[in-house]
Design a protein around this ligand. Structure first.
Ligand SMILES: Cc1cc2nc3c(=O)[nH]c(=O)nc-3n(C[C@H](O)[C@H](O)[C@H](O)COP(=O)(O)OP(=O)(O)OC[C@H]3O[C@@H](n4cnc5c(N)ncnc54)[C@H](O)[C@@H]3O)c2cc1C
Length: 440
Protein backbone atom coordinates (compact mmCIF):
# COMPACT_ATOMS: atom_id res chain seq x y z
CA UNK A 1 0.00 0.00 0.00
CA UNK A 2 1.65 3.21 -1.18
CA UNK A 3 0.65 6.54 0.32
CA UNK A 4 3.74 8.77 0.04
CA UNK A 5 3.32 11.46 -2.66
CA UNK A 6 6.52 10.42 -4.47
CA UNK A 7 5.23 6.83 -4.72
CA UNK A 8 1.70 7.82 -5.74
CA UNK A 9 3.14 10.08 -8.44
CA UNK A 10 4.65 7.00 -10.16
CA UNK A 11 1.12 5.62 -10.66
CA UNK A 12 -0.50 8.92 -11.62
CA UNK A 13 0.03 8.75 -15.41
CA UNK A 14 0.29 6.44 -18.38
CA UNK A 15 2.04 6.76 -21.75
CA UNK A 16 -0.09 9.82 -22.63
CA UNK A 17 1.63 11.77 -19.84
CA UNK A 18 -1.79 12.94 -18.54
CA UNK A 19 -1.49 13.11 -14.77
CA UNK A 20 -3.97 12.78 -11.85
CA UNK A 21 -2.77 11.85 -8.37
CA UNK A 22 -4.40 8.82 -6.74
CA UNK A 23 -5.12 9.05 -3.01
CA UNK A 24 -3.61 5.61 -2.49
CA UNK A 25 -1.98 2.87 -4.58
CA UNK A 26 -2.66 -0.75 -3.66
CA UNK A 27 -0.67 -3.61 -5.19
CA UNK A 28 -2.38 -6.89 -4.28
CA UNK A 29 -0.86 -10.30 -4.89
CA UNK A 30 -3.93 -12.52 -4.38
CA UNK A 31 -7.43 -12.55 -5.86
CA UNK A 32 -9.20 -12.22 -2.50
CA UNK A 33 -7.09 -9.15 -1.72
CA UNK A 34 -8.40 -7.50 -4.92
CA UNK A 35 -11.95 -8.32 -3.86
CA UNK A 36 -11.39 -6.90 -0.38
CA UNK A 37 -9.87 -3.68 -1.74
CA UNK A 38 -12.93 -3.19 -3.96
CA UNK A 39 -15.21 -3.68 -0.93
CA UNK A 40 -13.15 -1.30 1.23
CA UNK A 41 -13.18 1.34 -1.52
CA UNK A 42 -16.91 0.90 -1.80
CA UNK A 43 -17.33 1.47 1.94
CA UNK A 44 -15.28 4.68 1.70
CA UNK A 45 -16.97 5.72 -1.58
CA UNK A 46 -13.65 5.87 -3.40
CA UNK A 47 -13.07 5.37 -7.12
CA UNK A 48 -11.02 2.29 -8.13
CA UNK A 49 -8.82 2.48 -11.23
CA UNK A 50 -7.32 -0.86 -12.29
CA UNK A 51 -3.80 -0.60 -13.67
CA UNK A 52 -1.41 -2.95 -15.43
CA UNK A 53 1.90 -1.46 -16.52
CA UNK A 54 0.58 2.01 -17.39
CA UNK A 55 1.66 1.79 -21.03
CA UNK A 56 -1.77 2.79 -22.34
CA UNK A 57 -2.00 5.46 -25.01
CA UNK A 58 -5.43 6.89 -24.16
CA UNK A 59 -5.25 7.74 -20.45
CA UNK A 60 -7.23 4.63 -19.35
CA UNK A 61 -5.12 3.93 -16.26
CA UNK A 62 -5.05 7.57 -15.14
CA UNK A 63 -7.12 7.91 -11.93
CA UNK A 64 -9.12 10.89 -13.07
CA UNK A 65 -11.18 11.04 -9.86
CA UNK A 66 -8.32 10.15 -7.51
CA UNK A 67 -9.21 7.33 -5.12
CA UNK A 68 -7.49 3.94 -5.35
CA UNK A 69 -5.14 2.82 -8.09
CA UNK A 70 -5.33 -0.96 -8.02
CA UNK A 71 -2.07 -2.02 -9.58
CA UNK A 72 -1.93 -5.63 -10.79
CA UNK A 73 1.86 -5.83 -11.29
CA UNK A 74 2.39 -8.29 -8.40
CA UNK A 75 -0.20 -10.73 -9.75
CA UNK A 76 2.29 -12.00 -12.29
CA UNK A 77 2.14 -15.79 -12.09
CA UNK A 78 1.61 -18.12 -15.01
CA UNK A 79 -0.64 -20.66 -13.28
CA UNK A 80 -0.75 -23.29 -15.99
CA UNK A 81 0.38 -23.95 -19.52
CA UNK A 82 -0.94 -27.02 -21.30
CA UNK A 83 0.31 -28.34 -24.61
CA UNK A 84 -2.48 -30.89 -24.68
CA UNK A 85 -5.20 -28.26 -24.28
CA UNK A 86 -3.39 -25.44 -26.08
CA UNK A 87 -4.14 -23.07 -23.21
CA UNK A 88 -2.43 -20.90 -20.63
CA UNK A 89 -3.99 -19.76 -17.36
CA UNK A 90 -2.41 -16.53 -16.19
CA UNK A 91 -2.80 -13.83 -13.59
CA UNK A 92 -3.64 -10.41 -14.96
CA UNK A 93 -0.27 -8.85 -14.16
CA UNK A 94 1.79 -11.27 -16.27
CA UNK A 95 3.76 -9.32 -18.85
CA UNK A 96 2.84 -10.33 -22.42
CA UNK A 97 6.47 -11.12 -23.34
CA UNK A 98 6.80 -13.45 -20.32
CA UNK A 99 3.91 -15.56 -21.63
CA UNK A 100 5.37 -15.49 -25.16
CA UNK A 101 8.67 -16.81 -23.80
CA UNK A 102 7.06 -19.48 -21.58
CA UNK A 103 4.89 -20.66 -24.50
CA UNK A 104 7.91 -20.82 -26.83
CA UNK A 105 9.75 -23.04 -24.34
CA UNK A 106 6.91 -25.58 -24.85
CA UNK A 107 6.98 -25.07 -28.64
CA UNK A 108 3.73 -23.10 -28.36
CA UNK A 109 2.81 -19.65 -29.49
CA UNK A 110 0.72 -16.79 -28.04
CA UNK A 111 0.07 -14.61 -31.10
CA UNK A 112 -1.08 -11.19 -29.74
CA UNK A 113 2.09 -9.09 -29.75
CA UNK A 114 1.58 -5.40 -29.01
CA UNK A 115 4.81 -3.48 -29.62
CA UNK A 116 4.76 -2.89 -25.85
CA UNK A 117 4.90 -6.66 -25.22
CA UNK A 118 8.09 -6.49 -23.17
CA UNK A 119 6.32 -4.41 -20.50
CA UNK A 120 2.50 -4.33 -20.94
CA UNK A 121 0.42 -6.81 -18.94
CA UNK A 122 -2.06 -9.39 -20.22
CA UNK A 123 -4.78 -7.82 -18.02
CA UNK A 124 -4.09 -4.46 -19.65
CA UNK A 125 -4.04 -6.12 -23.09
CA UNK A 126 -7.45 -7.71 -22.47
CA UNK A 127 -8.93 -4.54 -20.98
CA UNK A 128 -7.75 -2.48 -23.98
CA UNK A 129 -8.48 -5.13 -26.63
CA UNK A 130 -4.83 -4.83 -27.63
CA UNK A 131 -3.73 -5.66 -31.14
CA UNK A 132 -0.28 -5.97 -32.63
CA UNK A 133 1.58 -6.69 -35.85
CA UNK A 134 0.47 -10.35 -36.01
CA UNK A 135 -3.24 -9.47 -35.66
CA UNK A 136 -3.56 -9.55 -39.46
CA UNK A 137 -3.31 -13.33 -39.52
CA UNK A 138 -4.04 -14.34 -35.92
CA UNK A 139 -6.51 -11.76 -34.62
CA UNK A 140 -6.34 -9.41 -31.62
CA UNK A 141 -6.27 -10.21 -27.89
CA UNK A 142 -10.01 -10.82 -27.62
CA UNK A 143 -9.73 -13.62 -30.21
CA UNK A 144 -7.50 -15.54 -27.80
CA UNK A 145 -9.43 -15.15 -24.54
CA UNK A 146 -11.19 -18.39 -23.57
CA UNK A 147 -12.31 -17.36 -20.13
CA UNK A 148 -11.87 -14.68 -17.47
CA UNK A 149 -12.01 -14.21 -13.76
CA UNK A 150 -12.88 -10.74 -12.57
CA UNK A 151 -13.96 -8.89 -9.46
CA UNK A 152 -17.27 -7.12 -9.89
CA UNK A 153 -18.44 -3.91 -8.27
CA UNK A 154 -19.89 -5.82 -5.31
CA UNK A 155 -16.50 -7.45 -4.62
CA UNK A 156 -17.64 -10.86 -5.92
CA UNK A 157 -15.30 -13.17 -7.86
CA UNK A 158 -16.95 -13.87 -11.25
CA UNK A 159 -15.68 -16.62 -13.56
CA UNK A 160 -16.59 -16.93 -17.23
CA UNK A 161 -15.95 -19.31 -20.14
CA UNK A 162 -13.10 -21.78 -19.66
CA UNK A 163 -12.50 -20.55 -16.09
CA UNK A 164 -16.14 -21.37 -15.27
CA UNK A 165 -15.69 -24.95 -16.44
CA UNK A 166 -16.23 -24.16 -20.11
CA UNK A 167 -19.73 -22.75 -19.80
CA UNK A 168 -20.15 -19.64 -21.95
CA UNK A 169 -23.68 -18.98 -20.67
CA UNK A 170 -26.27 -17.15 -22.73
CA UNK A 171 -24.32 -13.88 -22.57
CA UNK A 172 -20.58 -13.68 -23.24
CA UNK A 173 -19.72 -11.86 -20.00
CA UNK A 174 -15.99 -12.26 -20.58
CA UNK A 175 -16.49 -10.63 -23.98
CA UNK A 176 -18.03 -7.61 -22.24
CA UNK A 177 -14.94 -7.20 -20.06
CA UNK A 178 -12.65 -7.36 -23.11
CA UNK A 179 -12.04 -3.79 -24.27
CA UNK A 180 -13.95 -2.35 -21.27
CA UNK A 181 -10.86 -0.37 -20.22
CA UNK A 182 -11.24 -1.05 -16.50
CA UNK A 183 -14.75 0.41 -16.32
CA UNK A 184 -16.73 -2.79 -15.57
CA UNK A 185 -14.57 -4.91 -13.27
CA UNK A 186 -11.02 -5.86 -12.29
CA UNK A 187 -9.68 -8.77 -14.35
CA UNK A 188 -7.67 -11.07 -12.08
CA UNK A 189 -7.08 -14.19 -14.23
CA UNK A 190 -7.49 -15.30 -17.81
CA UNK A 191 -7.46 -18.52 -19.76
CA UNK A 192 -5.81 -17.86 -23.13
CA UNK A 193 -5.61 -19.85 -26.34
CA UNK A 194 -2.18 -20.96 -27.53
CA UNK A 195 -1.27 -22.29 -30.97
CA UNK A 196 1.52 -24.56 -32.20
CA UNK A 197 4.61 -22.50 -32.95
CA UNK A 198 5.13 -21.88 -36.68
CA UNK A 199 8.21 -23.78 -37.88
CA UNK A 200 9.56 -20.92 -39.98
CA UNK A 201 9.15 -17.19 -40.49
CA UNK A 202 10.20 -15.15 -43.50
CA UNK A 203 10.79 -11.42 -43.00
CA UNK A 204 10.81 -8.99 -45.93
CA UNK A 205 11.35 -5.28 -46.30
CA UNK A 206 9.78 -3.55 -49.30
CA UNK A 207 10.75 0.05 -50.00
CA UNK A 208 8.62 2.68 -51.79
CA UNK A 209 9.21 6.22 -52.92
CA UNK A 210 5.87 7.56 -51.67
CA UNK A 211 3.64 6.84 -48.68
CA UNK A 212 0.67 6.40 -50.97
CA UNK A 213 2.34 3.74 -53.09
CA UNK A 214 3.33 1.86 -49.91
CA UNK A 215 -0.26 2.09 -48.66
CA UNK A 216 -1.62 0.97 -52.04
CA UNK A 217 0.71 -2.03 -52.02
CA UNK A 218 -0.87 -3.31 -48.78
CA UNK A 219 -3.99 -4.26 -50.73
CA UNK A 220 -1.89 -5.85 -53.49
CA UNK A 221 0.01 -7.97 -50.94
CA UNK A 222 -3.04 -9.12 -49.06
CA UNK A 223 -4.75 -10.06 -52.34
CA UNK A 224 -1.85 -12.24 -53.55
CA UNK A 225 -3.38 -15.53 -52.29
CA UNK A 226 -1.21 -15.38 -49.21
CA UNK A 227 -2.10 -14.26 -45.67
CA UNK A 228 1.00 -12.55 -44.30
CA UNK A 229 1.27 -12.70 -40.53
CA UNK A 230 2.50 -9.10 -40.52
CA UNK A 231 2.23 -6.07 -42.83
CA UNK A 232 3.58 -2.95 -41.08
CA UNK A 233 3.95 0.46 -42.66
CA UNK A 234 6.86 2.65 -41.52
CA UNK A 235 7.10 6.04 -43.16
CA UNK A 236 10.24 8.01 -43.92
CA UNK A 237 9.99 10.33 -40.92
CA UNK A 238 9.70 7.37 -38.52
CA UNK A 239 12.82 5.84 -40.07
CA UNK A 240 14.63 9.15 -39.67
CA UNK A 241 13.66 9.30 -35.97
CA UNK A 242 14.89 5.74 -35.37
CA UNK A 243 18.13 6.55 -37.19
CA UNK A 244 18.73 9.66 -35.10
CA UNK A 245 18.04 7.66 -31.91
CA UNK A 246 20.80 5.28 -33.03
CA UNK A 247 18.72 2.18 -32.23
CA UNK A 248 19.16 0.15 -35.39
CA UNK A 249 21.59 0.20 -38.27
CA UNK A 250 19.29 0.88 -41.22
CA UNK A 251 20.49 0.67 -44.80
CA UNK A 252 17.57 2.83 -46.05
CA UNK A 253 17.17 6.56 -46.45
CA UNK A 254 14.38 8.68 -47.94
CA UNK A 255 12.04 5.74 -48.48
CA UNK A 256 8.84 4.40 -46.95
CA UNK A 257 8.81 0.78 -45.80
CA UNK A 258 6.49 -2.16 -45.63
CA UNK A 259 7.72 -4.76 -43.16
CA UNK A 260 6.11 -8.05 -44.15
CA UNK A 261 6.27 -11.46 -42.50
CA UNK A 262 4.97 -14.84 -43.59
CA UNK A 263 5.04 -17.90 -41.35
CA UNK A 264 4.26 -21.63 -41.42
CA UNK A 265 6.16 -24.70 -42.58
CA UNK A 266 9.55 -24.07 -44.26
CA UNK A 267 8.45 -24.77 -47.86
CA UNK A 268 5.22 -22.84 -47.36
CA UNK A 269 7.19 -19.80 -46.16
CA UNK A 270 9.56 -19.85 -49.12
CA UNK A 271 6.68 -19.93 -51.55
CA UNK A 272 4.73 -17.22 -49.73
CA UNK A 273 7.80 -14.96 -49.51
CA UNK A 274 8.23 -15.34 -53.28
CA UNK A 275 4.62 -14.31 -53.84
CA UNK A 276 4.98 -11.29 -51.55
CA UNK A 277 8.10 -10.17 -53.47
CA UNK A 278 6.34 -10.54 -56.81
CA UNK A 279 3.24 -8.69 -55.60
CA UNK A 280 5.43 -5.95 -54.11
CA UNK A 281 7.31 -5.47 -57.37
CA UNK A 282 4.06 -5.34 -59.31
CA UNK A 283 2.80 -2.71 -56.86
CA UNK A 284 5.85 -0.57 -57.61
CA UNK A 285 8.28 -1.22 -54.76
CA UNK A 286 11.84 0.01 -55.30
CA UNK A 287 13.47 -2.92 -53.56
CA UNK A 288 12.25 -6.15 -51.96
CA UNK A 289 14.73 -7.56 -49.52
CA UNK A 290 14.48 -10.76 -47.52
CA UNK A 291 16.12 -10.82 -44.06
CA UNK A 292 19.04 -13.23 -44.18
CA UNK A 293 18.72 -14.72 -40.69
CA UNK A 294 17.71 -14.24 -37.06
CA UNK A 295 20.22 -11.44 -36.50
CA UNK A 296 18.85 -9.29 -39.31
CA UNK A 297 15.30 -10.12 -38.26
CA UNK A 298 16.05 -8.96 -34.69
CA UNK A 299 17.56 -5.75 -36.07
CA UNK A 300 14.43 -5.09 -38.13
CA UNK A 301 12.12 -5.68 -35.16
CA UNK A 302 14.20 -3.55 -32.86
CA UNK A 303 13.79 -0.78 -35.45
CA UNK A 304 9.99 -1.36 -35.53
CA UNK A 305 9.57 -1.53 -31.75
CA UNK A 306 11.66 1.55 -31.13
CA UNK A 307 9.65 3.88 -33.37
CA UNK A 308 7.43 5.21 -30.55
CA UNK A 309 10.28 5.90 -28.10
CA UNK A 310 12.43 7.36 -30.92
CA UNK A 311 9.63 9.74 -31.95
CA UNK A 312 9.20 10.82 -28.34
CA UNK A 313 12.79 12.15 -28.51
CA UNK A 314 12.38 14.39 -31.54
CA UNK A 315 9.86 16.84 -30.09
CA UNK A 316 8.60 17.68 -26.60
CA UNK A 317 5.09 16.28 -27.17
CA UNK A 318 3.81 13.41 -29.30
CA UNK A 319 0.04 13.35 -29.75
CA UNK A 320 -0.51 9.76 -30.80
CA UNK A 321 -3.75 8.71 -32.52
CA UNK A 322 -4.45 5.18 -33.75
CA UNK A 323 -7.17 5.26 -36.33
CA UNK A 324 -8.22 2.22 -38.35
CA UNK A 325 -9.86 2.07 -41.77
CA UNK A 326 -10.76 -0.70 -44.23
CA UNK A 327 -7.39 -1.39 -45.87
CA UNK A 328 -8.76 -0.51 -49.31
CA UNK A 329 -9.04 3.06 -47.92
CA UNK A 330 -5.52 3.26 -46.47
CA UNK A 331 -4.02 5.18 -49.39
CA UNK A 332 -6.85 7.73 -49.22
CA UNK A 333 -6.26 8.21 -45.50
CA UNK A 334 -2.50 8.55 -45.97
CA UNK A 335 -3.09 11.29 -48.56
CA UNK A 336 -5.37 13.12 -46.11
CA UNK A 337 -2.68 12.88 -43.41
CA UNK A 338 -0.09 14.38 -45.77
CA UNK A 339 -2.54 17.19 -46.61
CA UNK A 340 -3.17 17.85 -42.88
CA UNK A 341 0.57 18.05 -42.26
CA UNK A 342 0.89 20.77 -44.91
CA UNK A 343 -2.29 22.61 -43.91
CA UNK A 344 -1.46 22.81 -40.20
CA UNK A 345 2.34 22.96 -40.47
CA UNK A 346 2.85 19.93 -38.20
CA UNK A 347 5.21 17.00 -38.71
CA UNK A 348 3.02 13.85 -38.68
CA UNK A 349 5.11 10.64 -38.74
CA UNK A 350 2.86 7.67 -39.49
CA UNK A 351 3.36 3.95 -38.98
CA UNK A 352 1.33 0.96 -37.91
CA UNK A 353 -0.37 -2.32 -38.55
CA UNK A 354 -1.29 -1.46 -42.12
CA UNK A 355 -2.43 -4.99 -42.98
CA UNK A 356 -5.31 -4.36 -40.56
CA UNK A 357 -5.81 -0.80 -41.80
CA UNK A 358 -4.55 0.42 -38.42
CA UNK A 359 -2.30 3.50 -38.51
CA UNK A 360 -0.54 5.29 -35.66
CA UNK A 361 -0.65 8.95 -36.58
CA UNK A 362 1.73 11.06 -34.49
CA UNK A 363 1.44 14.83 -34.23
CA UNK A 364 4.84 16.14 -33.15
CA UNK A 365 4.39 19.34 -31.16
CA UNK A 366 5.07 21.11 -27.89
CA UNK A 367 2.36 20.96 -25.22
CA UNK A 368 3.59 24.32 -23.85
CA UNK A 369 2.91 26.10 -27.16
CA UNK A 370 -0.80 27.05 -27.11
CA UNK A 371 -0.95 28.03 -30.81
CA UNK A 372 0.57 24.72 -31.84
CA UNK A 373 -1.79 22.77 -29.55
CA UNK A 374 -4.79 24.59 -31.02
CA UNK A 375 -3.62 23.58 -34.51
CA UNK A 376 -3.21 19.96 -33.38
CA UNK A 377 -6.72 19.92 -31.98
CA UNK A 378 -8.11 21.02 -35.36
CA UNK A 379 -5.89 18.53 -37.22
CA UNK A 380 -6.94 15.62 -34.96
CA UNK A 381 -10.57 16.60 -35.44
CA UNK A 382 -10.10 16.54 -39.21
CA UNK A 383 -8.26 13.19 -39.01
CA UNK A 384 -11.20 11.61 -37.13
CA UNK A 385 -13.71 13.00 -39.64
CA UNK A 386 -11.60 11.63 -42.52
CA UNK A 387 -11.43 8.23 -40.80
CA UNK A 388 -15.17 7.99 -40.19
CA UNK A 389 -15.93 9.19 -43.74
CA UNK A 390 -14.23 6.11 -45.19
CA UNK A 391 -15.91 3.67 -42.78
CA UNK A 392 -13.11 3.55 -40.19
CA UNK A 393 -12.97 3.67 -36.41
CA UNK A 394 -11.34 6.14 -33.99
CA UNK A 395 -9.27 3.46 -32.25
CA UNK A 396 -7.75 0.38 -33.80
CA UNK A 397 -6.28 -0.79 -30.48
CA UNK A 398 -5.30 2.00 -28.08
CA UNK A 399 -8.78 2.45 -26.65
CA UNK A 400 -10.91 5.50 -25.90
CA UNK A 401 -9.89 6.35 -22.31
CA UNK A 402 -9.68 10.07 -21.70
CA UNK A 403 -8.18 11.28 -24.95
CA UNK A 404 -10.84 9.98 -27.35
CA UNK A 405 -13.86 10.25 -25.05
CA UNK A 406 -14.99 13.60 -26.51
CA UNK A 407 -15.14 12.07 -30.00
CA UNK A 408 -16.71 8.68 -29.32
CA UNK A 409 -20.33 9.76 -29.90
CA UNK A 410 -19.33 10.86 -33.39
CA UNK A 411 -18.64 7.21 -34.18
CA UNK A 412 -21.26 5.26 -32.22
CA UNK A 413 -24.04 7.86 -32.13
CA UNK A 414 -26.40 8.81 -29.31
CA UNK A 415 -27.97 5.36 -29.10
CA UNK A 416 -24.58 3.67 -28.90
CA UNK A 417 -23.55 5.96 -26.03
CA UNK A 418 -26.81 5.23 -24.20
CA UNK A 419 -26.23 1.49 -24.49
CA UNK A 420 -22.68 1.86 -23.07
CA UNK A 421 -24.25 3.83 -20.20
CA UNK A 422 -26.88 1.14 -19.53
CA UNK A 423 -24.25 -1.64 -19.48
CA UNK A 424 -22.10 0.41 -17.10
CA UNK A 425 -25.01 1.16 -14.74
CA UNK A 426 -26.03 -2.51 -14.73
CA UNK A 427 -22.55 -3.76 -13.82
CA UNK A 428 -21.26 -0.86 -11.76
CA UNK A 429 -24.24 1.11 -10.40
CA UNK A 430 -22.15 3.31 -8.07
CA UNK A 431 -19.70 4.26 -10.87
CA UNK A 432 -16.87 2.81 -8.80
CA UNK A 433 -14.59 1.49 -11.56
CA UNK A 434 -12.54 4.00 -13.52
CA UNK A 435 -15.10 6.84 -13.53
CA UNK A 436 -15.06 9.88 -15.83
CA UNK A 437 -13.74 7.96 -18.82
CA UNK A 438 -15.55 7.07 -22.03
CA UNK A 439 -18.78 5.89 -20.40
CA UNK A 440 -21.40 8.62 -20.10
C1 LIG B 1 5.93 1.77 -27.01
C2 LIG B 1 4.48 1.35 -26.97
C3 LIG B 1 4.01 0.52 -27.98
C4 LIG B 1 2.68 0.10 -27.98
N1 LIG B 1 2.25 -0.75 -28.97
C5 LIG B 1 0.97 -1.21 -28.94
C6 LIG B 1 0.51 -2.13 -29.93
O1 LIG B 1 1.25 -2.54 -30.85
N2 LIG B 1 -0.76 -2.56 -29.84
C7 LIG B 1 -1.61 -2.15 -28.85
O2 LIG B 1 -2.76 -2.59 -28.81
N3 LIG B 1 -1.20 -1.26 -27.92
C8 LIG B 1 0.05 -0.80 -27.92
N4 LIG B 1 0.48 0.09 -26.97
C9 LIG B 1 -0.49 0.55 -25.93
C10 LIG B 1 -0.50 -0.28 -24.63
O3 LIG B 1 0.73 -0.95 -24.44
C11 LIG B 1 -1.65 -1.29 -24.63
O4 LIG B 1 -2.89 -0.60 -24.58
C12 LIG B 1 -1.59 -2.27 -23.46
O5 LIG B 1 -2.61 -3.24 -23.65
C13 LIG B 1 -1.75 -1.63 -22.09
O6 LIG B 1 -1.37 -2.57 -21.11
P1 LIG B 1 -0.93 -2.09 -19.64
O7 LIG B 1 -0.67 -3.31 -18.83
O8 LIG B 1 0.16 -1.11 -19.71
O9 LIG B 1 -2.29 -1.40 -19.18
P2 LIG B 1 -2.51 0.03 -18.50
O10 LIG B 1 -2.00 1.11 -19.36
O11 LIG B 1 -2.04 -0.02 -17.09
O12 LIG B 1 -4.11 0.07 -18.49
C14 LIG B 1 -4.82 0.17 -19.68
C15 LIG B 1 -6.33 0.09 -19.41
O13 LIG B 1 -6.67 -1.21 -18.96
C16 LIG B 1 -7.24 -1.16 -17.66
N5 LIG B 1 -6.70 -2.31 -16.94
C17 LIG B 1 -5.39 -2.65 -16.77
N6 LIG B 1 -5.30 -3.81 -16.10
C18 LIG B 1 -6.57 -4.20 -15.83
C19 LIG B 1 -7.14 -5.31 -15.14
N7 LIG B 1 -6.39 -6.26 -14.59
N8 LIG B 1 -8.51 -5.37 -15.04
C20 LIG B 1 -9.29 -4.44 -15.58
N9 LIG B 1 -8.80 -3.36 -16.25
C21 LIG B 1 -7.46 -3.25 -16.36
C22 LIG B 1 -6.87 0.18 -17.07
O14 LIG B 1 -7.84 0.64 -16.15
C23 LIG B 1 -6.81 1.05 -18.33
O15 LIG B 1 -8.09 1.51 -18.66
C24 LIG B 1 1.80 0.54 -26.95
C25 LIG B 1 2.28 1.38 -25.94
C26 LIG B 1 3.61 1.77 -25.95
C27 LIG B 1 4.08 2.67 -24.84
Amino acid sequence: VLTRPEDRLCYAFDATGILHMPDVVVCPSEVDQVARVVLLASGENLAVTPRGAGTGYSGGAVPRRGGVVLCMERMNRILGLSRADGTAVVEAGVVNGALQAAAARRDLFYPPDPASMEFSTLGGNIAEGAGGPRALKYGVTRDHVLGLEFIDAGGAVVRTGALAGGAEGPVDLGGLLGGSEGTLGVITRASLRLLPRPRATGTLLLTFDTRTSAADAVVALTSARVVPSVVELVDESCLAAVRSAGVADLPFEHVHLLLVEVDGEVEEVEEAAGRVRAAGREAGCLEARVASGEEERDEIWSMRRSISPALAKISPTKVNEDVCVPRSQLARLVERIEALSLQYGILIPTFGHAGDGNLHVNFMVDRLNPQEMARVERAVDALFDATLEVGGTLSGEHGIGITKAPYLAREVGRVGMEVFGRVKRAMDPADRFNPDKFVP
